[in-house]
Every structure is written in structure tokens, then in C-alpha cells.
Design a protein around this ligand. Sequence first.
Ligand code: NAP
Ligand code: SF4
Length: 681
Amino acid sequence: MPAHPHFPHLFEPLDLGFTRLKNRILMGSMHTGLEDDKGELNRLAAYFAERARGGVGLMVTGGIAPNRQGWLAPFSAKLTRQSEMRQHRVVTAAVHAEDSKICLQILHAGRYGVHPLLVAPSPLRAPISPFKPWAMSRRLIRATIDDFAQTAALAREAGYDGVEIMGSEGYLINQFIAPRTNQRRDDWGGSFDNRIRFPLAILRAIREKTGPDFILIFRLSMLDLVENGSTWEEVTALAKAIEQAGANLINTGIGWHEARVPTIASMVPRGAYAWLTGKLKTEVQVPLIATNRINTPEKAEAILAAGQADMVSMARPFLADPDFARKAFEGRATEINTCIACNQACLDHIFARKEASCLVNPRSCRETALPAATARAPQPARLAVVGAGPAGLSCATELAALGHEVHLFEAAAEIGGQFNLAKRVPGKSDYAETVRYFAKKIETTGVHLHLNTRATAEQLIGGGFREVVLATGIAPRTPAIEGIGHSKVLSYVELLQGAPVGEKVAIIGAGGIGFDVAVFLTEPAAAAGRPLEAYQAEWGIDPDYRQRGGLTQAQPEASPRQVWLLQRSKGKIGERLGKTTGWAHRLTLKHRGVQMWAEVQYQRIDDEGLHLIANGQPQVLPVDQVIVCAGQDPLRALQAPLEQAGLRTHLIGGAQLAAELDAKRAIEEGLLTALAISGLR
Ligand code: NAP
Ligand code: SF4
């Protein structure tokens, strides 16, 4: 077959000897909550089938425990019995019917389990779990190795093409490997050879039980990012031993869950860890898989072309777009709905014990609950959508895809709404990809776009529309503080649109936007041209790996400004930010010396600065600017006249509920409203 014209490396098959993968795209393991269904796994099957149809070469399930002690949470998914095995057959059959392959990930949580049965090599509580683990007896270690092999054998019986052994991210196997968590004095601890005995024994036991023609992937922690983790020499030696023990692929694992370094959040540069996989490439022959923050086919191709890896793993990008691979293959990469690394609907949901979905693709994980993207409205109509922010874009493009004649009115000269502000925040440039995706979808679905057009009630009433969707958004709130009209006061919109600011700045309001503004104001200028080096320096990641775990003293570049981030309410600043990213945003601001004050009372703003009471003391912050990030008010003036004229309206996004202006809700409301208007919900 001739090489692919745009992505020759990405679409080159990979021959594993006994089997061939049709391309170099691995859909990485990602817990969605669908694995935990009791009874039938039909929803999980539909989820994977859609991604298989989308052209993925090989996929890996979310983590499945080999026994009850290995559970992540009580009663989470495990595979230990014939009855559980039979449930998985629907998943493998669905994937094979779409000409793809699938491996089951075996994950033993060890001390990361959130239940009282948890076990670990040594009885050391993880900083992220409320439970102290029981130290494993030698007998239990041997039984656990057997359990891994038994689960792999059941996976094979269920039709899986292989298994991935989760040996990274700080889970049980990783806990054996690293001295940080393995303080045993028997054959399973102490020396390096003893610490790696457990993973190697598991690999050999699985190979013995499943035979030579079964894909074995080992997810190896190549950089622990915790103190007393592995050295690079140990990583290399273990990789060689894994190769010897018969693994077919080694996948890259980065950072333990307890590490205080963001490894997949939006502030992590794209492909930030491919260099590490590339470093191991020179040491082993077994094919290696690169991971972390790879979200475009161009980035994936570049990593493969540079020889840094043999395959590329992406997990969240397949929540964002199940057709990622097919679109890239067919030369339609500009139609890909790109993952923006927000974690808001995937990982944040999982940590809150809710099923995952995706902020930019609310269909994700609801494959059986919502009509397919190819559904058509039984009674197409002429419809208007007012506002081309995330809510309006989602609704208009869904309506057009359903077969309606859709007119989208936008007062600004471009589509995107609040995303055009978000994309200017350092670390959020991927938000521009969502705007690009919708621009393309407007084109492919045939939405009639009217830019620079502030739709009036008369125009809408006389326009022959059956219904009107109002996605008119918000206006930034102006708090009633004396001097709020002073020339040093700016709204966050003015700031992000380029208004000049001085060296001392106060931010009123510490919600998501207050944080974004603080990051924007404190971004070191030097970070612009060399994002990877700046990220490594800011978080103390040592590419030279001079200490165990690969950490070094963080050396963040100095902030160009002195910034105060303020809120009136009690409690920790940033408490309401996303569970999986909030800590990283707080740490970023701490590194940059931002003063974060809660329980303040604003008094007035004048030439001297911002007068307030903080810690019970009146004081003046001698600031050049005060940036207002005090929430929003809805803009919905069109609703009343349209309703009075008998025109049916739907309010969505910020216009519906400004208090929780939220892109996740906006895009989802756009989709659900489009389905409801079409009589499909
Ligand atoms: P927000 O989260 O509601 O925060 C508004 C802030 O303004 C609060 O800190 C509030 O704190 C303060 N405030 C409210 N009324 C005020 C008044 N009259 N005077 C002075 N201060 C006042 O709103 P946002 O920051 O505009 O964010 C909106 C939404 O955008 C969020 O809900 C989030 O979903 C989304 N977003 C998320 C992220 C993210 O990182 N995930 C980033 C950006 C935006 P006090 O009342 O305590 O002073
Ligand atoms: Fe990516 Fe955000 Fe969707 Fe998760 S919710 S898959 S991070 S875009």
C-alpha cells in the first residue's frame, strides 16, 4: 500500500509478528464509568464500536481489577469470573466487527484504592487516599500474580486481542518498583532486582497462560515525578527486562497520581513527554508508544517521523472526536473536534464518581442514549440561532446536521464568543481549535452564517422562522464599588482584548476567569518562544534525570507583574475550580508570587489604588489597574418581544444561566436543544 500523503508514519501498519495493527494510533486507556455497569456492557460496547468505526488501530479499555483488593473503588470493574468474562464478549465482538483490535487493561490500584481492602508492598498511606494499605504477605503477592494471569486468560477467552499491564502512574506495580513505596526486606523489596521481580513475574505468568499470540503491552513509568521514584538507569534496565520477558509493546507512563506536577492539563505543552520515549528508543528494540498531551494528527505524525516512538497513544482526543483517525486518513483533519485538555467533563467527572463525557463533544459516552450524529429531523424547518458562542455554535451546527435550514446571527465579526477570550490565556491556546472545528462544521453542515449582524426582534419575527434559539450570552458584571468608573478599572474582556496594563494589578473575583486573568498577567515573557523548557523549569522536571523520580528544584521565571487575586467570600481561593486541574492552577499562581486573599471587603477605587479591608485591616493596594472578574449577567432582551409575537424561543448557554456560565453546559445545551427542537428527545 502506498504511504499516506499527509501522515505517512501515522498510517503505516505495525507488524507485531503474529498480528498486524492497521496504523500507529492507540486509543489509550481511559476510565469512563461505562466499565462499571453491572450486567450487560452494551453501552461500553457501543462506545468502543464508534471509535473502532472511526479508524483507531488498537484500543485499550479502562482499568479492570484482577481481584477485589485491586479495586479503585468499592465494586468497580473487575474480571475474575466466567460470568464477568461473558459480559465482555459484546465489547470485543463490536470492536472486531468494525475491523479494529482491543486490549483489556489490568489495573491493580494498590495503595491508591479508595476502600478498606487495599493492599501495597509496604503499609504506607498514599497522600491522595484516606486509607492505609495492608502490607502484602508473600503468599498474597504470589496469589496476586496468579490473579493477573487469570484475568489475562479470561480476557483472551472474552475475545480481547491482548492486555495492557498497568505498571505506571503510581499503582500497585509501580509501588513495587519504586523505593518510595517499597520498603520490604524480603525477596520482593530492597535491591532493584527484587523490586522489579513483581512486574516481571506478572508478565511471565500472563505470557505463559495466554500463549505467544496475544498482545502484551506494559505501561512503564518512565518518569515518576515523585521523590524516591526510579532512576533513569532503572527505567532502562526494567524496559530491557520487560522486552526479554515477552512484552510486544511498551507504553509510556508519566507521573504518579500523587505527583504535584501537571502532566496532562492544558498548561502542559503538546507532546511534552515525547522526548522521554525517544530517549528509551535508543535502548530497546520493542516498539514504544508515546503519550501525554498529543491531540492532533500533526503532532502524532511529527513524533513518529522524528523516531521518538513507534505508536502514539491518545485517550481524551477520542472522547472529543470518535472519528479522529478516519478524518485524518481522509484528509479532513480540519474537521477534527480537538480535545482542549480541560478535564472538565472527563476526569473531573470520574473523580466525582460521575460517568465521563466530553466538554466539546457531549455525545461521548452516551452513544446508546442519544440519537446518532447521522440522525435526521422528521420535520425540517427554518430556524434562527442568535449568538455564535459555544452554545449557539453547538446548537446551530447540530440543527443543520439534523437537516434544518439554520440562520446563525452574530453581532461580532467572528464566531467563538467567550472562547475567543479563553484562547488568549496562556495554556488555553487549544480553545482556538474548537472555534476552528465549529467554523468548519458551519461550512460542512450548511449553516447560513450572518456575521456583524445584531439580530433585532423585528428581523426575527418577520424572518419566517419556526423557532428561535437565543444564545446571546452574557455581559460582565459591574460590581457596585465606589470608583468603579475610574480609568484604572478594566473588565476582563477589555484586558484579554489587549488593553495595556501596568506592573501592579488587583483582580476582583477569583472564579475561573479571575484565575485565567491572573495567569495571563503573570506569564513570564521568556516562556513564549520555548514552552517546553519553561514548563519543565516551572514544575521542576529534570530532563537530565539527575535524581530519582526526575524532579529538580523548580525555577519558575519571574512574573512581570505584582498581582493580587481577591474574593469576598470565606474559604480557600480557587476551591471551586476543577478537581483535577484546580490544584495546578493554584500552584502556578503561587510559583508566580500572586497574593491570593479571601474574605476581603472592597471600599473604593481611586488614584491611590484599591482600598479594601483584608485580615480585618483597612489597606490600599497601590495598583495601576483593577481588573473586574466578578461574574456575569445574562443577555436575553430578545426573549420577551419574540414570545409576545408568538414565536417559540429557547434560551441556552450564558443567556440561560449566567451564574454558571460554563462551556460544558453551553455546548451540551446546544446539542440537547437541537434534538428537542427536532422531536428527537
Ligand atoms: P464565577 O466563578 O462565578 O466567579 C465570580 C467571582 O466574582 C467570584 O470569585 C465572586 O467571589 C466574585 N463576585 C461575584 N459578584 C461580585 C460582586 N458583586 N462584587 C465583587 N465580586 C463579586 O465566575 P467567572 O470567574 O466569571 O467564571 C464563570 C464560569 O466560567 C465558571 O463557572 C466556570 O465554569 C467557567 N470557567 C472555568 C474555568 C476553569 O478553569 N475551569 C476557567 C474560566 C472560566 P466573591 O463573591 O467571593 O467575591
Ligand atoms: Fe478533552 Fe476536555 Fe473533552 Fe476531557 S472534557 S476529552 S479534556 S475536551
